[in-house]
Design a protein around this ligand. Structure first.
Ligand code: NAD
Ligand code: TYD
Length: 345
């Protein structure tokens, strides 16, 4: 029997996790038609969707989730919405939090409000984050724990997370909320620690390690994250929160050593720098609820990190233009090497 077409809207699908999800979805669901809605901010890269740009089952729409005239009709024409679009970098939220409130909170409101009027929507996945729990000194966060976000990014995500819940509780929107841990893999913008350190190390540039380097993050391979979201669309309960974590808790200093080793670079590249303000010490999620549905991460961290480093090594075309467009990187390179980054005199 031919399965009916499922109209799926992916917001933020030109970003890191969103693009991995779009590619995964088109590969694994022959009956899905996917619409990507993305504003193409600095973090949105159309090249992430290169493989599917001409796929008749995919269409790309450049637009802003805060624009109800664009986003509303797309939500109302969908069976499934997966809402990734957000401002995502903690350090940027410390400098300028306005865009985080606008996109992460207000943007989620616009989509949820449109979802409220839909009579066909069967699942709205609100992509939240483990950062909403705040710093976890001991043990692991469970979905029922209090949320205590400690930086503007985490607070804006927490606002959206609870707003999504409220649209389920009050209006019956079929919302599922996911709280994923730190992702890694292809297409991650080189401002986040793994791609930043990998690309700096490739260029033999210093890697700036915050504070004492002992902060802990739980690393989740982006493909394992995509499979978890997929499973929750099928088996998750509306109105519920699900943690997603890789079970790979690593101190930043150890992560840095592994990256340098994989690239055969000296540890002298490690440059301790001033700590991030309000730097959360540790994140850790209990994933029992998701595992009870049958999910397990498939990528051991050692292997996943090696493959990710290889991806950046082989895909300079992807990241070098991004870094070269950044004046801070150009200055840094020139001071470091006494020559221009592009090899010109
Ligand atoms: P990213 O920064 O790589 O991509 C964000 C995407 O959203 C970009 O394509 C950008 O152009 C788009 N976007 C931004 N503002 C928009 C707007 N107003 N309208 C439409 N599109 C807009 O982010 P990511 O790392 O892929 O994260 C995706 C989601 O997953 C976010 O909601 C983030 O909070 C969440 N999350 C990320 C991680 C992680 O480790 N990266 C972990 C857990 C949860
Ligand atoms: P990041 O990739 O920004 O993710 P998040 O803050 O969302 O966890 O940072 C991961 C960890 O790496 C975090 O503890 C901060 C640290 N870090 C550095 O030490 N140096 C850097 O240049 C960056 C960007 C992050």
């Amino acid at each position: 029997m031919v399965k009916p077409t499922v109209e799926t809207l992916v917001t933020g699908g030109a970003g890191f996790i969103g693009s991995n999800f779009v590619l995964h979805a088109l590969d694994t669901h022959p009956n899905w038609r996917v619409t990507t809605l993305d504003k193409l901010t600095y973090a949105g890269r159309l090249e992430n969707l290169q493989k599917v740009i001409d796929d008749p089952r995919h269409r790309f729409i450049e637009g802003d989730v805060t624009d109800a005239a664009v986003a509303g009709p797309l939500v109302r024409a969908s069976d499934i919405v997966i809402h990734f679009a957000a401002e995502t970098h903690v350090d940027r939220s410390l400098q300028e939090a306005g865009a985080f409130i606008t996109t992460d909170v207000y943007g989620s409101f616009v989509l949820l409000d449109a979802a409220r009027e839909s009579d066909r929507l069967r699942c709205f996945v609100q992509i939240s984050t483990d950062e909403v729990y705040g710093s976890v000194e001991k043990g692991s966060s469970r979905e029922t724990d209090e949320i205590r976000p400690r930086n503007p990014y985490a607070a804006s995500k927490a606002g959206a997370d609870r707003l999504a819940y409220s649209y389920w509780a009050t209006h019956g929107v079929p919302v599922i909320i996911t709280r994923g841990s730190n992702n890694y893999g292809r297409h991650q913008f080189p401002e986040k620690v793994i791609p930043l350190f990998v690309t700096n190390a490739i260029d033999r540039l210093p890697v700036p390690l915050y504070g004492d380097g002992k902060n802990i993050r739980d690393w989740l391979h982006v493909e394992d994250h995509c499979r978890a979201i997929d499973l929750l669309i099928e088996k998750g309960n509306a109105g519920e929160v699900y943690n997603i974590g890789g079970g790979n808790e690593v101190q930043n200093i150890d992560l840095t050593h592994r990256i340098l080793e994989l690239l055969d670079r000296p540890t002298s590249l490690i440059t301790p720098v001033e700590d991030r303000l309000g730097h959360d010490r540790r994140y850790s999620v209990d994933t029992g609820k998701l595992r009870a549905l049958g999910w397990r991460p498939r990528h051991p961290f050692e292997e996943g990190l090696r493959a990710t480093v290889d991806w950046y090594r082989k895909n300079e075309w992807w990241w070098r233009p991004i870094k070269e467009a950044d004046p801070a990187y150009r200055d840094y390179y020139e001071t470091q090497y006494g020559r221009r980054h592009d090899g010109r005199a």
